[in-house]
Structures are given as C-alpha cells and as structure tokens.
Ligand binder design. Structure first.
Ligand code: AHR
Length: 337
C-alpha cells in the first residue's frame, strides 16, 4: 500500500490568518521494503545511492544493499560485508548495524556479543576507506570504550552545529533493570569524550510493557532549530513503540534538562492497518530531497510464540513524515501493506 500525500494545513487563528505550512510534495512507497530485516538503517549518500543495512534473523553478520531509490532497495542485491568470528569478541549476537559517512570514510556502528557469551553485548565500530562500501575493505576499529562496562547497544552518531555526538542504550545497575538512553560528545568516530549523560530512562507504562523496561534504538532528526531524538520502548513484541525526546539545537545537549520526553508514544501498533510493534526507527530523505522519511521495522501480526528475539519477521518499512504547524514531526500511524 502506498503512503498517501496529505496537504498540510494550519487552522486560522482568531483574527489573524497564518500562512499555511507549505505542503511538501506527496511521496509514496510500497511496503514492505525488506522482509526479515529489523532495526533498518537507510543512508542517502552524495553518490546518488541509498545504502541499507539491518539486523538479520541469524544475528551473525552485517549485510549491505544499495540502490538509487528507496523502493529499489527491495530488489537490490545484498552483500555480506562482515561476518562474526567463530570465537572471541564479536562472535555472539550481531545487532542493529548503522552505516554513516564521516570525514570521507564509511563507518558501521554495531552491537556485538562474544562467542562464549552472546549476551556480553557492547558497541563496536567498523571502518571502510573505499568509495564503495559494498566492495570496499572493512576493518574493525574496535569497541567504543564506555566508562560503565555493562550491556550496551544501538549506538547512533549525529552532528549538531559541528559537534559530533554518540547516543546509545545501556543498562546501569545503579538505575535499575533494562536500558536507558545516554549521550556523549565524540572526539573521533569511534571514541567518546567526557562523561556520558543519561537523558531518558523507561518509567512510564508505555515504556515498560510486556515485561521489559526498555529505552533503546535512539535516532536523530533535526529540523526547525530542534533536535528530535526518537527511541523505542517496551518489549520487542506488539508493545514495542516509539517515544521522542526534543531539545533545542542551541541547547547544551549534554544536559538531561535540555531534553523533553513525549508524554506517550509518538508511533505505535495500529490494528486497523495490521501493523504491530513499530520501532527501532531511523530517518532518511526522499529522492527529491523534499520529504523526511521514517524508516522502521514492525510485524504484520500481534501475537508471537516464544521470545520475540527468536521471531524472524520484523520487516523494514518506510513512510513520509508530516510536520505540524508547531514545527514538530507527526509520524501518524504505521501505514498498511
Ligand atoms: O534486533 C536486535 C536488538 O533487538 C536491537 O539491537 C534492539 O534495538 C532490539 O531490542
């Protein structure tokens, strides 16, 4: 099913007519983009290609596709650019790769466990200096050193006003069970500097549903002088949903008080379109550069037998983001297939 274009209109406030928010052109995609590809990440590069990576059900490797359109990713060939070792560090679960282009090189941020302890999940960075990351040579730069050596995953990086930051999910026993969202400044693409700051922890019912206490999968969208950081919350079944932290781009992003959390989910399961557990999202831009696109995974069914992590059917989907007159994103509902 294609997403639908809707004009953006603003109400006319009493006495003064405000210019309608200019409606960006409609853009439509046919979902699903990729079956059995969770935690999707689509990067639009200056070379005319969209690069797409995601978690595979076997949790054993990093795959990469590229196409000149988002829809083209559906049929694009998929290359394994790195496979976990049979033993040692990074030999366990391989989760949620992200591909970024920083300072003229490609970087992949990924969470990995160890072969002898698949739950020893920590964030790692791989680097490729070649122009084409699909055929290029990837090397492991190493683990992102964090002051607290605990379960940590879903690292993402972003630049605000020339400063590069890392945000990730991590357990801190002093805070409690589950994972919280942290931010730190970066001194290079694989190193943080300064003390990490916790900017969100799961406390509300919509963040602790399904027996899990989860804030994870941070992703950043910048527009209108604001930094919107979405994250995923609750168990990775139909309870999974997205929350959002908002900060001014001119604020001290390393201060927890700069971030305001949404009072509830900004994107959640929607039975009328048979979409369940939407989350671990990311953002890209439409082919014409005029629309922000929400990239996320979900399932087409509500009930899962066994552990959600063993259910392979989280699939990649995309849809246009609309903007409210107050300058905040409106993610709407997960559209139908
Ligand atoms: O898909 C593997 C892990 O499951 C991701 O890293 C996390 O965001 C999700 O809970």
């Amino acid at each position: 099913m294609a997403g639908s274009a809707a004009a953006a209109f603003t109400g006319i406030s009493a006495g003064t007519a405000r210019a309608a928010v200019p409606a960006s052109p409609g853009v439509t995609y046919t979902n699903t983009i990729a079956e059995q590809r969770a935690d999707p990440h689509i990067f639009k590069h200056t070379d005319g290609f969209y690069y797409f990576t995601a978690t595979v059900p076997a949790y054993d490797r990093i795959v990469l596709r590229r196409a000149t359109t988002i829809q083209g990713l559906t049929s694009a060939s998929e290359t394994t650019i790195w496979t976990r070792p049979a033993t040692g560090t990074m030999g366990g679960y391989i989760w949620a790769p992200e591909i970024h282009f920083i300072g003229g090189k490609w970087y992949i941020y990924v969470a990995a466990g160890d072969a002898n302890n698949i739950w020893h999940i920590r964030p790692y960075v791989l680097e490729c200096a070649d122009a084409n990351p699909i055929t290029g040579t990837w090397t492991v730069k190493g683990r992102i050193a964090l002051p607290l050596d605990t379960f940590s995953l879903d690292a993402t990086t972003f630049d605000v006003n020339g400063t590069r930051y890392l945000s990730w999910a991590q357990n801190d026993p002093a805070v409690g069970r589950g994972t919280n969202i942290y931010i730190a400044q970066m001194s290079n693409p694989w190193t943080i500097t300064g003390a990490p700051v916790m900017i969100s922890r799961p406390t509300a019912a919509w963040e602790t549903a399904g027996g899990e206490t989860v804030n994870e999968g941070p992703a950043v969208l910048q527009r209108n002088g604001k930094v919107f950081m979405t994250f995923s919350a609750s168990a990775t079944d139909a309870n999974y949903c997205m929350g959002m932290l908002t900060a001014s781009a001119s604020a001290n992003l390393l201060s927890a008080s700069s971030w305001a959390k949404s009072t509830g989910p900004v994107f959640a399961s929607f039975a009328a379109t048979s979409q369940y557990g939407p989350g671990h999202n990311q953002f890209t831009v439409s082919e014409d550069g005029k629309s922000d696109i929400l990239v996320y995974h979900d399932r087409s069914y509500k009930d899962i037998s066994g552990s959600p992590l063993n259910d392979p059917n989280r699939r990649t989907r995309v849809q246009k983001i609309y903007w409210k007159a107050d300058g905040t994103p409106d993610f709407g509902i997960p559209v139908a297939d």
